[in-house]
Design a protein around this ligand. Sequence first.
Ligand SMILES: [Zn+2]
Ligand SMILES: [Zn+2]
Length: 311
Amino acid sequence: MSKSISRTFAFLLLAASPVALSACGESNAQEADRFANVEIKAEPLADGVAVLFGAGGNIGVSYGPDGTILIDDQFAPLTDKIQAAVKDLGAGPVKYLINTHWHGDHTGGNENLGRSGVLIMAHDHVRERLIEGTDEVPPAPSAALPVITYHDGIKLHLNGDEVRVQHMKHGHTDGDSIVFWKKANVLHMGDLFFNKVTLPFIDLSSGGNARGILAAAEKVLTMVDDDTKIIPGHGPMANKADLTAYRDMMKTVIAAVEKAQGEGKSLAQVQAMKPAAKWDVNPDAFIKGDAFVEAVYKSLQKPVHAEDHPH
Ligand SMILES: [Zn+2]
Ligand SMILES: [Zn+2]
């Protein structure tokens, strides 16, 4: 997977609307334009917990007497609409923000929120990667950076619930967190889980690995029950059965690729076997079978947890 793919990934996930594609060279005004018609839709999940769908990663919201917590914040031009949607839920202004990982479709609103005094939290590698940037992604301004970072996780005791944030190693990136509202029984998986809209995107250039995505799905399945509402990074709301199917898909494809690799097959030969064909059913998906198989193939060539640090 090339870096330019990961660069434009966020925009491609706007697949449902024609505003997608090629952000290169656009001015801020043009960028703002592309989001002009995006509507932020709220779906209540439990007492004081909701999900917001817009453009980019799905946003979790927790609200009540202790203040409003956002999980991810999509793109900068949407901050006002996101704040308005939060207000419509009857929630107070955003006080805390957790980023599930560093990608721009989940952290694009950080600068706006940081400037308005929101306390931003994320895994250590999210802050490091935002500071560093890439050839295509400029380093983030300091207002956009998480000010509280963690290695394994953090717990927030707010609004009568325990919000448990847990780092999952080398999955979609090397800075992924899942967020579990224990009492409300809601779990946000960030981009460790793409529900139905596309095959998984594994950002190898950000330390992602197919094995870690499978491990995260396995771990979450031990935490949830049939009533748990699972917020995927992208796609509609999910439940344990959806995540089980996703886990089975990851397991099947990884096993097939691993076996073929063991027999000395090249990437092209493994792609020709089409081990993900059964799940490669959405013609508009951002990640199709060949790209997914390539990411799995390359993941399996890496030693397990070799990169405990991004650089
Ligand atoms: Zn995303
Ligand atoms: Zn992502």
